[in-house]
Design a protein around this ligand. Structure first.
Ligand code: TRP
Length: 335
């Protein structure tokens, strides 16, 4: 039996190279070795102030983007098409420790953002977010969860919920899932390498995977290299390091080692490094953009395919829910 992998991503619009190299590329690779389920978590996207119309658009947009970058349709589902996630989350609310959920650092960051965005509003859903995440994972009895280090606390909570459930019902029912911290590159903003590449910081801080070639080249060309302060002897400046990281992540091995030699010899011209990075990103982007155009040419068929894969994945979630209700003392009647 193959081990199973579960991971999810929020539909927040445009996909940038930080998302792609930091998570999606890894998802694509894991498909060869594991039974994979990847969710677009629209329930999670409602925890922050949001627009209903945009939410649905972003959900489909992300589905098309994931398919274009190599995630297989049969592994993909949309969270709200599997409403058992939210049902299990309620049950898990009763097995999650209030104290532990109160210590989640992602909540501390996001509640501040929520307040700023909405003039003081923080939803209960935002507080409860990690409990829903535990349901996403445990409902498929996943062995591994590929996530970034920032999700470590949520995984710990997930394991604690599973343990408490198992103790209360007197059965080792849930597998305790392990995080899979695969080595993924840490991509910085090219405009300000001291911060992560991310959408929340604004347009110039991320390079969209599906942007036009000219735009990608322009953004790479204007990347910050040395920030003015003299770099410490023998320490690469963060901007230059980020360009090398992008080159490596994009699989341009030959260019990477050639330019690294130049750097070590003190003869690297930044313009050459930038050209190489732009070439590598544009090559990937062209491939993905073409694939996406193909998919968009038959939008309806793709949507039907994802509804069907969500329905198939839902069957597993329903089986778990049936067993969970049985074990936890709820009624289990089929009407
Ligand atoms: N919290 C995750 C993030 O911010 C997204 C997520 C939701 C997730 N449910 C999940 C990740 C289940 C892994 C497994 O990136």
């Amino acid at each position: 039996m193959k081990k199973s992998v579960l991971s999810c991503i929020q539909p927040t619009g445009d996909m940038h190279f930080g998302n792609y190299f930091g998570a999606v590329q890894n998802w694509v690779r894991l498909q060869d070795e594991y039974t994979c389920r990847y969710g677009v978590v629209d329930y999670h996207a409602m925890t922050m102030p949001y627009s209903p119309k945009k939410l649905r658009e972003n959900t489909w947009e992300l589905i098309f983007n994931l398919l274009a970058t190599g995630v297989k349709a049969e592994n993909l589902f949309i969270q709200s098409l599997v409403p058992e996630h939210s049902e299990l989350a309620w049950i898990f609310n009763c097995f999650a420790s209030f104290g532990q959920v109160s210590r989640m650092t992602q909540f501390k960051d996001k509640s501040q953002q929520s307040e700023e965005k909405s003039g003081g509003f923080i939803s209960v859903g935002l507080f409860d977010y990690p409990v829903l995440q535990a349901a996403d994972i445990l409902i498929y009895r996943a062995d591994y969860v590929p996530v970034g280090k920032d999700q470590e606390q949520h995984l710990e909570l997930t394991r604690n919920i599973a343990q408490r459930f198992n103790n209360v019902v007197g059965k080792e029912y849930f597998v305790l899932p392990e995080p899979l911290f695969t080595e993924t590159p840490n991509i910085r903003s090219t405009a300000d390498p001291d911060r992560k590449m991310s959408k929340s910081a604004g347009e110039k801080h991320y390079i969209s995977v599906f942007a036009e070639e000219a735009k990608i080249r322009k953004q790479v060309r204007s990347a910050v290299t040395d920030t003015g302060q003299p770099a410490e002897e023998g320490v690469m400046s963060p901007g230059v390091a980020n360009l090398f990281e992008l080159l490596k992540a994009a699989g341009a091995k030959e260019a990477h080692s050639r330019l690294m030699k130049d750097y070590e010899a003190g003869s690297l011209r930044y313009v050459d490094l930038k050209d190489a990075v732009a070439d590598a990103l544009v090559a990937l982007s062209n491939e993905f953009r073409n694939k996406k155009a193909e998919l968009l040419a038959d939008k309806k068929a793709v949507k039907e395919q994802i509804k069907a894969s969500s329905a198939a994945i839902r069957k597993e979630a329903q089986q778990t829910m049936k067993e969970v209700k049985e074990l936890s003392g709820l009624l289990n009647v089929r009407f």
